[in-house]
Design a protein around this ligand. Structure first.
Ligand SMILES: Cc1ncc(COP(=O)(O)O)c(C=O)c1O
Length: 384
């Protein structure tokens, strides 16, 4: 029996593969510094864990409504109203197991074979993987390092076509840490306003920024009905393993996501949703402390990268990744990432894991202790 043809089009997320390779080296007794995987190294805040424990004891262990418990959907809507200044209600919210389903489900629901999707490159690899999987046409949008990895608006204007059905924005961005300035978001909004397309605005890092806060395209008057906001709990509350996220979108699309949910997951875990409610409604000081610590590491780690021969690192505006240009080393990205893992014991990702325009870059997650980051810099310096 052979796999269906579509399985040849699906991609992967290299971070998980590098993690497996790094773990295999550890099993041989090597000490590896993990800068490959994109998750906060902090524990989930205690009051959230407590809420989950209590939920388990109270019996939140059964199926729940497909799109999430009404009180959590309402809490998410209230949060999005407050943070994005838009008028949404519980009916606009789909609670799903992580942020990722808000990439997959809307694409399944919206795209026909041959439809074009414009997406950032370098960018989160699941976009391109899913675009190809559903049979749509990927149109990679290059990001420009010299402009803080901003979008080239002229490029975008030239590439929006009659066949463009989806535009993906991600701010703060993975892997570059770039934040799209509000004036760019407004300009993009004007380009798409009259078009028959949707914007998938991946805002999973919305709370992790170090200067100008990200501005959602949903906040531009008239754009809410064209926007799918992807957000969740994984990064903000260090809850990557809990598998809970959400999408905020027009009701007609929520209904379609509900059909896909009932056909796949049935619902998001009930006690996890209780933890999500505690996360949104409880104290936010743990988030602030985490971002403050990321800020300290970002500064020291980027400064250290800039001192390495052949490296140049723009200071990212958000998320917890450094994306240095390492063309000056004369080595290609994949080979250098490989060498750093096997020789220096530093696990990082080749920029090409995020698309063709990632050549010449490496991605380091600085969601690791300050001490480990400093040691990683020393190890890299020794192996160059
Ligand atoms: C840009 C981006 N979007 C979405 C996700 C998915 O998040 P989740 O773990 O909640 O599915 C990630 C995770 O790394 C990400 O970097």
């Amino acid at each position: 029996m052979k796999l269906a043809e579509r399985m040849h089009r699906i991609g992967t997320e290299t971070a998980f593969e590098v993690l497996v390779r790094a773990r295999a080296l550890e099993a041989q007794g090597r000490r590896i510094i993990h800068l490959e995987i994109g998750e906060p190294d902090f524990a989930t805040p205690a009051h959230i864990v407590e809420a989950a424990k209590q939920a388990l004891e109270e019996g939140w262990t059964h199926y729940g409504p497909t799109l999430g418990f009404p009180e959590l959907r309402e809490a998410v809507a209230a949060y999005v109203r407050r943070t994005r200044g838009v008028e949404v209600g519980a009916q606009n919210v789909a609670i799903v197991p992580g942020g990722k389903p808000i990439i997959f489900f809307p694409m399944l629901a919206l795209l026909e074979p041959g439809d074009e999707v414009i997406y950032p490159n370098p960018g989160f690899p699941i976009y391109e993987s899913m675009i190809r999987y559903v049979g749509a046409e990927p149109v990679p949008m290059p990001l420009i390092e010299e402009h803080g990895f901003a979008i080239d608006l002229d490029w975008l204007r030239d590439h929006l076509s009659e066949r463009t059905r989806l535009l993906i924005l991600n701010s703060p961005q993975n892997p570059t840490g770039g934040v799209i300035p509000p004036e760019q978001v407004r300009a993009i909004a004007e380009m798409v306003r009259e078009r028959d397309l949707m914007v998938l605005s991946d805002e999973i890092y919305s709370r992790i920024h170090y200067g100008q806060p990200p501005f959602s395209i949903a906040s531009v008057p008239g754009l809410l009905e064209k926007t799918i906001i992807l957000d969740g709990f994984s990064k903000t509350y260090a809850m990557t393993g809990w598998r809970i996220g959400y999408g905020v979108m027009p009701e007609w699309l929520v209904e379609a996501v509900g059909k896909l949910m009932v056909n796949s997951n049935s619902c998001t875990a009930s006690f996890t949703q209780r933890a999500g409610l505690a996360a949104l409604q409880g104290p936010q000081d743990a988030v602030e402390a985490m971002v403050a610590e990321f800020r300290r590491r970002r500064q020291a780690f980027c400064d250290g990268l800039n001192r390495l021969p052949g490296f140049r690192c723009a200071r990212p505006g958000g998320a917890f990744y450094a994306f240095p240009n390492m063309r000056g080393t004369g080595v290609d990205s994949r080979a250098l990432a490989d060498r750093l893992l096997t020789e220096a014991g530093v696990a990082c990702l080749s920029g090409t894991a995020f698309g063709a325009y990632g050549e010449g870059y490496l991605r380091f997650s600085y969601a690791n202790s300050y001490e480990n980051l400093m040691e990683a810099l020393e190890r890299i310096a020794r192996s160059l």
